[in-house]
Design a protein around this ligand. Structure first.
Ligand SMILES: *[C@@H]1O[C@H](CO)[C@@H](O)[C@H](O)[C@H]1NC(C)=O
Ligand SMILES: *[C@@H]1O[C@H](CO)[C@@H](O)[C@H](O)[C@H]1NC(C)=O
Ligand SMILES: *[C@@H]1O[C@H](CO)[C@@H](O)[C@H](O)[C@H]1NC(C)=O
Ligand SMILES: *[C@@H]1O[C@H](CO)[C@@H](O)[C@H](O)[C@H]1NC(C)=O
Ligand SMILES: *[C@@H]1O[C@H](CO)[C@@H](O)[C@H](O)[C@H]1NC(C)=O
Ligand SMILES: *[C@@H]1O[C@H](CO)[C@@H](O)[C@H](O)[C@H]1NC(C)=O
Ligand SMILES: *[C@@H]1O[C@H](CO)[C@@H](O)[C@H](O)[C@H]1NC(C)=O
Ligand SMILES: *[C@@H]1O[C@H](CO)[C@@H](O)[C@H](O)[C@H]1NC(C)=O
Length: 416
C-alpha cells in the first residue's frame, strides 16, 4: 500500500493499533475454538451424547428454578430429553411430552446430573425404554413412568446395560409404574412377564421401598416377580385383573407394610397366601371390590378373616357368586353357608334333569318302535326297491323305443 506510506506518522500509529486489535481478536477466536474442540473431544471420548452445559442455563422449552433445584419441561411435545439440563437439578419434570423412545444413558451428562433425585416422565408417550436408560444418575430415588404405553420395556431398564447376573444396586427407592400397559403387546411375551423381568434383573432394585403397578390389566403375577425386592414397604396392585395369588410368593417381603389389591378379579385366597401374610410382621392388606366366590373353597378364608388383623377393609368384603349368596358379607358367613354342589342354580338344575329324562324316554320309544316294526320296515324297503326298479325299467324301455325309428312307428301305430 504505497499510498498509505505517504501518510503522516499519526495515521501509521492508528493502523498499528488496528492491527494489534485484529491480532487480539484473532487470538481470542482461535483460543475459544481450541477450547470448544477440546471440550468436544472430551465429551465424545466419554461417550456422552451432550456437550457440557453452560452451568445454570435453562433449556429453551423448560422452566428452571435454581432456588428450588427444579426443572419443568411440561406439555411441550418434546421428542427427546433436553441435552443442556442445568447441573443443579434435583427434581426434573418431563411430563406431557412425546419422547417415544428413552435411549441408553438418556440422562448421562458430562459432568453428571449428580443431584437428580426425582424424575417424572408421566404421560410422555414413551413406548420403549432401553437398557440402562437411567444410568449415571447416582442420586435417583423416585421415578414415575406412569401413563406411558410401554410396549418395549427392557429387562435392564433399571439395572443398567451391563449383563452381569448381579449388578450394583440401583439407588431407586420409589418406582411408579401405574397404567403403563400398551394397547397392543408383542405376541411373543406377556406384559406381566416383561414387567416382572425388569423388576428382577440383576437384583438391582434391592433398595426399592415403594412400587406402584396399578391399572395395568395384569391377569397374574409371575411366581418370582417379587422375589428380589427385599426392602419393599408399599406395593400397589390396584385396578388390575388378578384372578389368583396362589402361585405368587410374598415370603421375601419381610418389611412389607401395605399391600393394595382392590379392584381385581380375586375369587378366593388359599391357605398358603394367608399363612404368608400372617407371617409378615407389619403388613396391612386391602381387598375390597373383588368378586369373591362364596362356596366351600371359601371356608378357610372366612375363618381366617374372622381372626386376623391383617385385612384392613375386611368388613366390606362381599360375595359376588353364587347368585344366592350375592352381596352377603364374608365376615357374617357360617361354614354351613359355604357349600359346593350348586354349579348350576338348583331350579335350573332340576329343569335340566327333567329335560334329560324326557329326551332319553323319547329316544328309547323311537328305538323300540323301530325294533317292533323291523319286519314291516324290511317289507316296506323291499316295496320301495321294487317300485324304483319298475320305474327305472319303464324309463329304460321307453328310451329304447324312442331311439329305434321302427319301433317308434310301431308304437305310434299301436297308439292309433
Ligand atoms: C402438542 O401437540 C398437540 C397435538 O398435536 C397440540 O394441540 C399442542 O398445541 C402441542 N403443544 C405444544 C406446546 O406445541
Ligand atoms: C408426575 O407428574 C404427574 C403429572 O403432572 C402427576 O400426576 C404425578 O403425581 C407426578 N408424580 C409424582 C411422583 O409426583
Ligand atoms: C454380555 O455377555 C456377552 C456373552 O454372554 C458378552 O459377549 C458381552 O461382551 C457382554 N457385554 C457386556 C457389556 O458385558
Ligand atoms: C417382538 O419380539 C421379538 C423378539 O423379542 C422381536 O424380534 C420383534 O421385533 C418384536 N416385534 C415387535 C412388533 O415389537
Ligand atoms: C383402571 O384401569 C383401566 C385400564 O388400565 C383404566 O382405564 C381406568 O381408568 C382405571 N381406573 C381407575 C379408577 O384408576
Ligand atoms: C428370596 O430371596 C432370595 C435372595 O434374594 C432368593 O434367592 C430366593 O429365591 C427368594 N425366595 C423366594 C421364594 O422368592
Ligand atoms: C387351612 O388351614 C386351616 C387352619 O390352619 C386348616 O384347618 C385347613 O385344613 C387348611 N385347609 C387346607 C385346604 O389345607
Ligand atoms: C351362624 O351361626 C350362628 C351360631 O351358630 C347363628 O346364630 C347365626 O344365625 C348363623 N348365621 C347365619 C347367617 O346362618
Amino acid at each position: 500500500m504505497p499510498a498509505g506510506c505517504t501518510r503522516g506518522p499519526a495515521a501509521g500509529d492508528g493502523r498499528l493499533r488496528l492491527a494489534r486489535l485484529a491480532l487480539v481478536l484473532l487470538g481470542w477466536v482461535s483460543s475459544s475454538s481450541l477450547t470448544s474442540s477440546a471440550s468436544f473431544s472430551t465429551s465424545s471420548a466419554s461417550a456422552v451424547s451432550a456437550q457440557p452445559p453452560p452451568p445454570g442455563l435453562c433449556p429453551p422449552q423448560c422452566e428452571c428454578s435454581e432456588a428450588a433445584r427444579t426443572v419443568k419441561c411440561v406439555n411441550r411435545n418434546l421428542t427427546e430429553v433436553p441435552a443442556d439440563l442445568p447441573t443443579y437439578v434435583r427434581n426434573l419434570f418431563l411430563t406431557g411430552n412425546q419422547l417415544s423412545v428413552l435411549p441408553a444413558g438418556a440422562f448421562a451428562r458430562q459432568p453428571p446430573l449428580a443431584d437428580l433425585a426425582a424424575l417424572n416422565l408421566s404421560g410422555s408417550g414413551l413406548g420403549e425404554v432401553s437398557p440402562g436408560a437411567f444410568e449415571h444418575l447416582p442420586s435417583l430415588r423416585q421415578l414415575d413412568l406412569s401413563h406411558n404405553p410401554l410396549a418395549r420395556l427392557s429387562s435392564n431398564a433399571f439395572s443398567g446395560s451391563g449383563n452381569a447376573s448381579i449388578v450394583p444396586p440401583s439407588p431407586l427407592v420409589e418406582l411408579i409404574l401405574n397404567h403403563i400397559v400398551p394397547l397392543r403387546m408383542n405376541e411373543s411375551r406377556s406384559f406381566e412377564g416383561v414387567v416382572a423381568a425388569a423388576l428382577q434383573a440383576g437384583q438391582a432394585l434391592r433398595e426399592l421401598r415403594r412400587l406402584e403397578l396399578a391399572s395395568n390389566h395384569f391377569l397374574y403375577l409371575p411366581r418370582n416377580a417379587l422375589a428380589h425386592l427385599p426392602s419393599l414397604r408399599h406395593l400397589d396392585l390396584r385396578n388390575n385383573s388378578l384372578v389368583s395369588l396362589t402361585y405368587l410368593s410374598f415370603r421375601n417381603l419381610t418389611h412389607l407394610e401395605s399391600l393394595h389389591l382392590e379392584d381385581n378379579a380375586l375369587k378366593v385366597l388359599h391357605n398358603g397366601t394367608l399363612a404368608e401374610w400372617q407371617g409378615l410382621a407389619h403388613v396391612k392388606v386391602f381387598l375390597d371390590s373383588n368378586p369373591w366366590v362364596c362356596d366351600c373353597h371359601m371356608t378357610d378364608m372366612v375363618a381366617w378373616l374372622k381372626e386376623t388383623e391383617v385385612v384392613q377393609d375386611k368388613n366390606r368384603l362381599t360375595c359376588a357368586y353364587p347368585e344366592k349368596m350375592r352381596h352377603r358379607v364374608l365376615l357374617e358367613l357360617n361354614s354351613s353357608d359355604l357349600d359346593c354342589d350348586p354349579i348350576l342354580p338348583p331350579s335350573l338344575q332340576t329343569s335340566y334333569v327333567f329335560l334329560g329324562i324326557v329326551l332319553a324316554l323319547i329316544g328309547a320309544i323311537f328305538l323300540l318302535v323301530l325294533y317292533l316294526n323291523r319286519k314291516g320296515i324290511k317289507k316296506w324297503m323291499h316295496n320301495i326297491r321294487d317300485a324304483c326298479r319298475d320305474h327305472m325299467e319303464g324309463y329304460h324301455y321307453r328310451y329304447e323305443i324312442n331311439a329305434d325309428p321302427r319301433l317308434t312307428n310301431l308304437s305310434s301305430n299301436s297308439d292309433v
